[in-house]
Design a protein around this ligand. Structure first.
Ligand code: DX5
Ligand code: ZN
Length: 219
């Protein structure tokens, strides 16, 4: 069970402090949202910022590519220090090849699906993936509401993963907060992205602790 704060909602005027604060608050991954203004209607950050985040945090970098032709940028994001690179199924014409490309660089490979993409679309690649990322909002912006139909999809994918004895992580992204993280965990997710819920709160430590308690993580 892991919490992955998304820096999309962090204060970029003091990114190093923000990264240190979530690390001290016992975040497990740093989630980095890369948007290109084509696949999603927003532009965010590139490999240059990922490389800076790499120097400012010791946590694994969970890089979520919401970009077209992701295969053209995988080398750059790997060199920048990504530990996980997730591509969208909707963006990669040769997804099987793209997954191998990520793994050959020694990086864990994730596959993400939009709310409108059925779980079944993952069938042919699920055994290859190190992580499946279910979007529980339409990608592009932080601070949107969790789409309830995602719960059914998470349950379905959890079953698909068990059926092939996969050890892949099942991550959920969008609208996760202390009040709904429990039911998302019960549906079968084990990595939880939280942008506005963490960086929009005034006490990151307390927020992450509450979220962990809700999913039964106590230390
Ligand atoms: C949305 C991004 C998310 C976003 C989550 O396109 O992929 O990672 O930052 O933000 P919240 O947790 O605020 O929904
Ligand atoms: Zn994301």
């Amino acid at each position: 069970m892991k919490i992955a704060p998304s820096i999309l909602s962090a204060d970029f005027t003091c990114l190093k402090d923000e990264l240190q604060a979530v690390e001290e608050a016992k975040a497990d991954y740093i989630h980095i949202d890369v948007m290109d203004g084509h696949f999603v209607p927003n532009i965010t950050i590139g490999p240059f910022i990922v490389e800076a985040v790499r120097r400012a945090s010791t946590l694994p970098l969970d890089v979520h590519l919401m970009i077209e032709k992701p295969e053209n940028f995988i080398d750059d994001f790997a060199k920048a220090g990504s530990d996980i690179i997730t591509v969208h199924l909707e963006t990669s014409k040769h997804l099987h090849r793209t997954i191998q490309q990520i793994k050959e660089l020694g990086v864990r490979a994730g596959v993400s699906i939009n709310p409108s993409t059925p779980a079944e679309a993952l069938e042919e690649v699920i055994e290859e993936a190190d992580l499946i990322l279910v979007m529980s909002v339409n990608p592009g912006f932080g601070g949107q509401s969790f789409i309830p139909a995602s719960l059914k999809k998470i349950k379905k994918i959890r079953k698909m993963l068990s059926a092939c004895h996969s050890k892949a992580e099942l991550e959920v992204d969008g609208g996760i907060k202390p009040s709904n993280i429990g039911e998302v965990a019960r549906a079968g997710a084990d990595v939880f992205v939280a942008g506005s819920a963490v960086f929009g709160s005034d006490d990151y430590k307390r927020t992450i602790k509450t979220m962990k308690e809700e999913i039964g993580v106590t230390e």
